[in-house]
Design a protein around this ligand. Structure first.
Ligand code: 4AD
Ligand code: MG
Length: 463
């Protein structure tokens, strides 16, 4: 007898094959003389139907134990199914029950639960159809991302999680310390003396691996990071997490146009990959979560993204008949309502907005001619808003130093970053894709908390 995963059996299983499966019972139905149960092992949305005949030894005692949620190992023979909904089922010859699940107390009964409720039982929610499908798609996205970059010869860089610099200059960092917080050492000015802290200066969880990716791009040309990043921003929205994963490619000898081209090719590749590898899960999302998902995916793969400058986008927003809560004028940071109007209503596809005003963007972005804007780009997606943020980087030492002064970024701490401009500097560009926003985009899931296994948000780090 061969141990097999359910996904493999549903796809390749033939009548008369003897197999063993291991998994969790989703449902059970008792009829006269026999019983059905559906067993799911996480390998696919659909479970395998097993048939227990009353001639089985311990039929009664086993049936009592296998309720929704219990874990079992089943051996038997595959047979063509008479029922509808499945081609094949498993005629059981032996059952081992590993762990029971008391139907009186097991929280996941066979009915639809709200996502809010499922977040309260986060440790069990991966056992549900929707969340299970989300994590299979999430995994496929990760595979697609590595495949895309590896095929192109990009080196995967492991950027540090602990850092002493604030890449985005937004001051949204979590402090890392081993001080006894009740007995903070003070210096002569009465301020906390960080020279006595673990790293000898203030240290934080990283908000982005970009600066380190730039270091590596100056040696390997094309690199990418794929790791966790952290933001202590107090935004309780459906698209912000305090801990999220980011993918940050960085390319030497590349400008803003090359950066946009890579972003577009990249997103298309991931969508095609998920379409090819998770058709059953996508059908499920299209049916139960958002009926436009399959159409959107097709739209993304087969159409060019729109590209507009920030200045043009502002003009389009000013012309719009729609009333915005936040007034539109050149210089504002685009709000979610503006981003969504552009991507959802006006262009009805992803839009790349470029050349934002320098005052609303980070210090490292390359200053454009005229010095009012920088070579930034954001990719705005229908239903999500900003999914990618990137730029061509400032490679000129004097301009970079000036920009750091203007934006109050300490140059002392970033001496090594400036050194990259002293020794062998080249035009270079990159971007950051928010991994959870990508998964939201593909699955149609409304809340970002439901596309990461263990969401961390303000006031919430349970599980
Ligand atoms: O636009 P951001 O802040 O850009 C950077 O961090 C650059 N250093 C990237 C680069 O050029 N290498 O963040 C990039 C992306 C956003 O577009 C968004 O998708 C995601 O990261 N993101 C978040 N996702 C979830 N929760 C949050 N709090 C996020 N903040 C940003
Ligand atoms: Mg951004």
């Amino acid at each position: 007898m061969e141990f097999r995963r359910v996904a493999d059996i549903l796809k390749n299983g033939q009548p008369q094959e003897s197999v063993i499966i291991k998994g969790w019972v989703r449902t059970k139905r008792e009829l006269k003389g026999f019983a059905f149960a559906e067993v799911n092992d996480g390998s696919s949305l659909a479970g395998l139907q097993i048939v227990l005949d009353s001639s089985l030894e311990q039929y009664e005692s086993t049936l009592k134990k296998i309720n929704t949620g219990s874990s079992i190992e089943v051996a038997g023979q595959l047979v063509a199914s008479q029922g509808k909904g499945q081609k094949i089922e498993l005629q059981v010859s032996k059952v081992t029950v590993y762990g029971e699940a008391n139907p009186e107390t097991y929280p996941l009964q066979k009915k639809r639960h709200s996502f809010e409720f499922l977040r309260e039982i986060n440790h069990l929610r991966a056992k549900t159809n929707t969340i299970g499908a989300v994590f299979r798609v999430r995994n496929a996205c990760a595979k697609a991302i590595h495949e895309f970059f590896q095929n192109k010869g990009f080196l995967w860089i492991h950027s540090p999680i602990i850092t002493t610099s604030d890449c985005e200059g937004a001051g949204e960092m979590f402090t890392v310390t081993n001080f006894d917080l009740d007995k903070l050492p003070k210096n002569e000015e009465g301020k906390v003396d960080y020279s006595q802290d673990f790293f000898g200066k203030p240290a934080f969880l990283t908000v982005s691996g970009q600066l380190q990716a730039e270091v590596m791009a100056m040696a390997f040309q094309n690199v990418y990071t794929f790791g966790p990043t952290f933001r202590a921003e107090n935004s309780n929205t459906s698209r912000h997490l305090s801990e999220f994963w980011m993918i940050e490619p960085e390319m030497a000898f590349c400008d803003l146009e090359g950066d946009q081209n890579l972003a577009e090719e990249f997103l298309k590749y991931i969508f095609q990959y998920v379409l090819d590898h998770c058709p059953e899960d996508l059908e499920f999302f299209n049916k139960w979560i958002d009926k436009t998902i399959l159409g959107n995916i097709d739209n993304i793969i087969n159409h060019e993204f729109e590209r507009v400058t920030y200045t043009k986008a502002i003009a389009l927003l000013e012309k719009a008949s729609k009333k915005f809560d936040f007034p539109v004028e050149w210089g504002i940071d685009l709000q979610s309502e503006h981003e969504r109007y552009l991507a959802e209503e006006l262009f009805q596809k992803p839009v790349i907005v470029t050349n934002y005003p320098k005052d609303i963007k980070a210090f490292y972005m390359r200053l454009d001619e005229g010095e009012k804007t920088v070579s930034a780009m954001d990719v705005l997606a229908p239903g999500i808003g900003e999914i990618i943020g990137g730029s061509q980087r400032e490679e000129r030492l004097d301009v970079l130093e000036r920009r750091m002064q203007e934006t109050n970024v300490e140059t002392d701490n970033l001496w090594w970053y400036l050194d990259l401009r002293r020794y062998g500097t080249v035009p270079h560009a990159g971007f950051g894709l928010g991994f959870e926003r990508l998964v939201q985009f593909i699955t149609g899931m409304k809340n970002i908390r439901d596309v990461i296994p263990f969401p961390r948000t303000p006031d919430n780090a349970e599980f």
